[in-house]
Design a protein around this ligand. Structure first.
Ligand code: MG
Length: 253
């Protein structure tokens, strides 16, 4: 069963998402070449804890960081550490927050300094794929309409969708039903209802979709070494337009 949240629960997830957005803003304020990913992790954790929240990833199945910091060919679950960012790299930052019993989850990929045109295109295609998926997150649609919209956009740009990792429901747990693959035929799976909250998160490789785990047991990389990008929002299904609860992490312009 996919949980349907009541107004009180939705309000709490919104507060969690607001604190999550603040964590992104604080990371962005120090994000530049030569900074270590451990420092980004510390900045995020400090913002989350001082706002009364708990970093949702820290200790989750033993994950050591408050954020996932995934550079270039790392797809997801990069462990923060002594690695310094370099000009020309892209880094996906994924953060989860637990606030007053409710989770929120979002990810965004950033360019460090001057990055290649190809990497810029990869980031833009992934970001747009997320929004194509979100557009399908409407009451009455089927779950796989989201998956199909993401896949179609990615593949029409000659990139590939990572298949081993999926989006998920979110609320009282970090990962609730349903799983949301980033590929699939449309009009399949459960029908979406107002009150469902979904973390939609395309992970996209510039090359082949095959991935490998690092020896640390967490870090997931593209097998062919291609750069990859990751964007994620926590989204509320309503009777009308989808409500992107983590919209504050988008660029303000
Ligand atoms: Mg997630």
């Amino acid at each position: 069963m996919i949980p349907v949240k009541n107004e009180d629960e939705i309000e709490k997830i919104k507060k969690s998402a607001h604190l999550l957005s603040r964590a992104f803003r604080s990371v962005e304020s120090v994000l530049e070449a030569f900074v270590t990913t451990r420092y980004l992790d510390e900045v995020a954790e400090e913002t989350i804890r001082s706002g009364g929240g708990i970093p949702a990833f820290k200790g989750y199945m033993g994950f050591p960081g408050s954020i996932c910091a995934s550079i270039d060919s790392t797809v997801v679950h990069g462990i923060p550490g002594s690695r310094r960012l370099q000009n020309g790299e892209i880094i996906a930052i994924d953060i989860g927050v637990l606030f007053q019993g409710y989770y929120s989850d979002a990810a965004k990929t950033y360019a460090i300094g001057d990055v290649s045109k190809e990497k810029k295109v990869l980031m833009e295609v992934t970001r747009t794929a997320l929004h194509r998926g979100i557009k399908k997150a409407r009451e009455g649609n089927h779950l796989s309409d989201i998956s199909h919209a993401v896949q179609t956009h990615v593949e029409s740009n000659s990139f590939s969708v990572i298949r081993e990792f999926v989006g998920h429901g979110i609320g009282q747990a970090l990962h609730e039903e349903p799983q949301i693959p980033n590929f699939g035929n449309p009009h399949c799976g459960p029908k979406l209802k107002a009150g469902m909250v979904l973390a939609i998160e395309p992970m996209v490789s510039m090359g082949n979709c095959a991935v490998v785990f690092d020896e640390d047991g967490w870090t997931v990389k593209t097998m062919d070494g291609s750069p990859s990008a990751h964007f994620e929002h926590t989204v509320l299904i309503t009777s009308g337009k989808p409500d992107i609860l983590t919209i504050e992490i988008e660029d303000r312009s």
